[in-house]
Write a protein that binds this ligand. Structure first.
Ligand SMILES: [Zn+2]
Length: 360
């Protein structure tokens, strides 16, 4: 059984929700035990200026290569300043959500353009339950409650096109935190249950068995690593990333021993990722904003830290309104200390994944 420590309460609004403890993230980067190279398999870096600061912070935390989900126009602007340090993953251009076709006809064109113009090797399929809300908001008849499903004919058309073009790696976001199913997704007749989110994923894992599928955010289920293990056992072509810092810190800190055991049992199938959003358009740029994610996730994986997280987690208040709004959860490190396993999580798993497509 997991046990939940009480959240740390901040009495007033903290000056920086990414650094409630006033940490010196630049100095702390040097104190982390693991000294080898890091690949960040999951980010959203959307402009040259944001990319410059992101890359500075990433380098401090050992990152030698970053994979980002960036709409194609911005990707082409980021590419010249990032060189080999950043590789793009194919996504629809969410910043152009108000244009008809962005998630349908244009998406199919983008799958080809990403491959042919940017050498893209990974296609991301975002299928969080709230995609159904997005479909209602955008002016695109072809993007609706049916076609947003992860294995709808539209999505499959995209995957097949990608396959024909040579993509062999797909990333999916299915499900979302348990806290959201208890709140925003409480209407299961609209959003489905958490378990139901995995049904279309398992069909795709079977139907595209010679491709590797990365389940973002610990496969969407850091709360239940036994369930995740069953998915991995059923599907040898399924791997996960560690991204979504607040979510992983909140949930994996409830069972750090289980998390380390999971990593040991599945070497090469847990990839390091942050889900950092580095975007001027969304007003998400800042040294501490980026550094806090690297520091917290690496602290969670490789140290025995047991104290408050420095990052405000709004879900604590959403789930329990009696908890103050600017609270941070406990952060309890999994203390993985085997160098080889750490190098696998941080670097080699991504290298191995992309080997058939030319390596890193
Ligand atoms: Zn993401």
């Amino acid at each position: 059984m997991s046990h939940a420590a009480p959240p740390t309460v901040s009495p007033e609004k903290p000056s920086d929700p990414a650094n409630t403890l006033g940490l010196d993230y630049r100095a702390l980067a040097d104190e982390l035990p693991y000294r080898g190279p890091v690949v960040d398999i999951h980010t959203h870096v959307t402009s040259p200026k944001a990319a410059e600061l992101f890359l500075e912070v990433a380098e401090l935390y050992g990152v030698v290569k970053t994979f980002t989900m960036t709409g194609i126009d911005h990707a082409k602007k980021v590419a010249p300043i990032a060189g080999e340090k950043i590789e793009f993953m194919c996504v629809p251009d969410f910043l152009k959500r108000d244009r008809p076709g962005t998630f349908t006809t244009q998406w199919l064109d983008d799958i080809r353009a990403f491959r042919e113009e940017l050498g893209c090797r990974v296609l991301k399929l975002w299928a969080a339950p709230r995609v159904i809300d997005l479909a209602e908001q955008v002016p695109d008849e072809g993007f609706n409650a049916e076609t947003v499903k992860l294995d709808s004919p539209l999505r499959r058309q995209g995957v097949e096109l990608a396959y024909d073009l040579g993509y062999r790696t797909f990333m999916t976001h299915v499900a979302d935190p348990d806290t959201w199913f208890a709140t925003a997704y409480a209407d299961a007749s609209r959003y489905g249950t958490k378990r139901q989110q995995y049904e279309p994923l398992e069909r795709l894992l079977d139907d595209f068995a010679d491709c590797t599928w990365i389940g973002a955010h610990m496969g969407g289920t850091p709360e239940d690593l036994d369930f995740l293990q069953q998915l991995l056992d059923r599907h040898p072509n399924f791997v996960v990333d560690t991204s979504a810092c607040k979510w992983q810190v909140r949930e994996l800190s409830k069972h750090p021993g289980k998390f380390s055991e999971f990593c040991r049992r599945n070497p090469g199938r847990v990839l390091f990722g942050t889900d950092i959003v580095a975007s001027e358009q969304m007003d998400q740029v800042g040294f501490d904003l980026f550094a806090s994610r690297f520091w917290a996730l690496r602290t969670l994986i490789e140290t025995d830290y047991d104290g408050p997280s420095p990052i405000v987690d709004p879900d604590l208040h959403k789930v329990d309104p009696s908890v103050p709004e600017h609270s941070t959860p406990p952060l309890r490190g999994a203390a993985i200390d085997e160098d080889e396993l750490l190098k696998t999580i941080y670097h080699d798993a991504a290298v191995k994944l992309l080997e058939p497509a030319g390596g890193l």
